[in-house]
Write a protein that binds this ligand. Sequence first.
Ligand SMILES: [Zn+2]
Ligand SMILES: [Zn+2]
Length: 266
Amino acid sequence: MRALFCERPGEVLLRELPDPSPGPGEVVVRVAAALTCGTDFKMIRRGHPKIPFPARLGHEFAGTVERAGSGARFREGDRVVPAVSGPCGECPDCAAGEENLCRSAFEQKAWGGFGDLVLLPPRVVDRALRRVPEGLPPRCAALLDPLASVVRGVARARSPRDGKVVVAGSGPIAFLFSVLWRRAGAEVLVAGRRSRQLGLHRRAGAAHAQQRAGVRHLVVPDAAHAGTVPAPGRACDDGGLAGGGIALGAQHGGALSRVSPAGKAA
Ligand SMILES: [Zn+2]
Ligand SMILES: [Zn+2]
């Protein structure tokens, strides 16, 4: 089988490997479609804090179970899509339903979609592998992991009282947020930097898609997400949105925070 590796920052190599064989609880998936996530680019440029080099690339993919180990809950021929990591299911974060915060989730991961075959470890098979519904093409199923994060973020943020939502950023995750919020009936303002992406948002129906080069920073008081994240302070002011809620979507599992009229977290 072939697999694309990042050997070190800036160096990508296609390697030949022996076909993997699944141990107990594991499955081997033949990749049918793999998408490019921004993390793939970042990993090639500068590495990833949780993934040591050399690292296999691609973690948004869908395919078909080619071989299943003993005790695995899937069979050969099942069409499947994995989430990116396998949470332990036992730590306090997992017990609280916050599997995205599980500290040991990346000990078992679904990594290597840019290859012919991927061996999925038991925790991924048990907790993070889903069957693909009939009729859904692999290239759509492969979007499950980022889409699920966005669906959860929108669900946790609940509907804004005035029906207005600011999406900070204009990339693919922001696009999903923008589309889902509009489907929920919200008026969406997108504050991003790239004019080509903003054009896509406009064409897809965002009420406003504006260029905001100098985003302010927002203090996040939540202990699990202490620190600062970029916030569309000016967009909040201009759009009359100050005082609303902030859903930290992409990297924070939809954690919630409130924003004061001054654009600071309260
Ligand atoms: Zn990703
Ligand atoms: Zn856990």
